[in-house]
Design a protein around this ligand. Structure first.
Ligand SMILES: Nc1ncnc2c1ncn2[C@@H]1O[C@H](COP(=O)(O)OP(=O)(O)OP(=O)(O)O)[C@@H](O)[C@H]1O
Length: 244
């Protein structure tokens, strides 16, 4: 059986024509994005190539200001690059109108933020129920209680964020991101607010959920300790991405 990384390599032919519409997971080809204007223009992404297959857990490291947030924004259709191709499950995240991009993002992409970003007034269970209400009719919806159980939070389903620890909030955030059955999971510094043991737990959980749900996951991190749980590691430097 192929590892996710081998599948990822095979997914992009090195020669000849290929059709991004046939590629599952995340596919980014020759993506360049300029930010700012005039003398202050920055090449936030510089000819970036990245393929992440379903079930693959990819990490992106790099210094502050190197373009990691820009990469997540473009992959998730929150920003449009100046040039290049970005597809998720074969659907174009670049060419579509803002409205179409919003719909694609809602149905195909899950986001996990630094500190969970939960809504203070909602219980853990309601954090997961909310996005299922906004998902389109055809979108996959997973059972919120089952997902909470998967991340070890079934016993605390009725707790609000202030009644949870940082690691627990992050688990709920991961479950929430998965409840609409995304094909791409974008994770921004999930361990920034956690100690080493909890960081490991959370990242191991991300690795497990990535495989279980066959989602392509991209995690930005400064935490080199957790890279051992990832299938592939990339480094961002002045907007250019290279495999480590
Ligand atoms: N709106 C903007 N206008 C001009 N330049 C910008 C803008 N947003 C970001 N930049 C610049 O683009 C580059 C990439 O920024 P980005 O936020 O993607 O980096 P990062 O690697 O995520 O940084 P950090 O780790 O500090 O979050 C930086 O040089 C930044 O200053």
């Amino acid at each position: 059986m192929n590892t996710p990384t081998e599948t990822a390599r095979q997914a992009v032919p090195t020669t000849g024509a290929h059709d991004p519409a046939l590629l599952d997971g995340l596919f980014m080809q020759d993506v360049t994005m300029l930010l700012g204007d005039g003398d202050d223009t920055v090449r936030a992404l510089d000819s970036v190539h990245l393929t992440v297959a379903p079930g693959e857990f990819a990490a992106v490291v790099g210094p502050s200001g190197s373009g990691k947030s820009s990469l997540l924004a473009v992959a998730g259709g929150l920003a449009v690059p100046n040039s290049g191709t970005v597809t998720v499950a074969g659907r174009p995240m670049t060419a579509a109108s803002r409205r179409a991009r919003t719909a694609l993002r809602r149905d195909l992409v899950g986001f996990v933020f630094q500190s969970g970003n939960l809504l203070p007034a909602l219980t853990a269970l309601d954090q997961l129920r909310l996005p299922t209400r906004f998902a389109s009719a055809g979108a996959v919806k997973r059972d919120p209680m089952e997902l909470l159980a998967e991340v070890g939070m079934a016993g605390k389903a009725d707790r609000r964020p202030h009644q949870l620890s940082g690691g627990e909030r992050q688990r709920v955030g991961i479950a929430r991101a998965l409840v609409t059955g995304p094909r791409l999971l974008l994770v921004d510094e999930p361990t920034a607010a956690l100690d080493q043991a909890r960081s490991r737990d959370v990242v191991q959980m991300l690795a497990r959920e990535t495989r279980r749900h066959s989602v392509a996951t991209v995690m930005v991190t400064h935490d080199t300790e957790v890279l051992q749980y990832c299938d592939s590691v990339y480094e961002m430097m002045d907007g250019a991405l290279s495999r480590v």
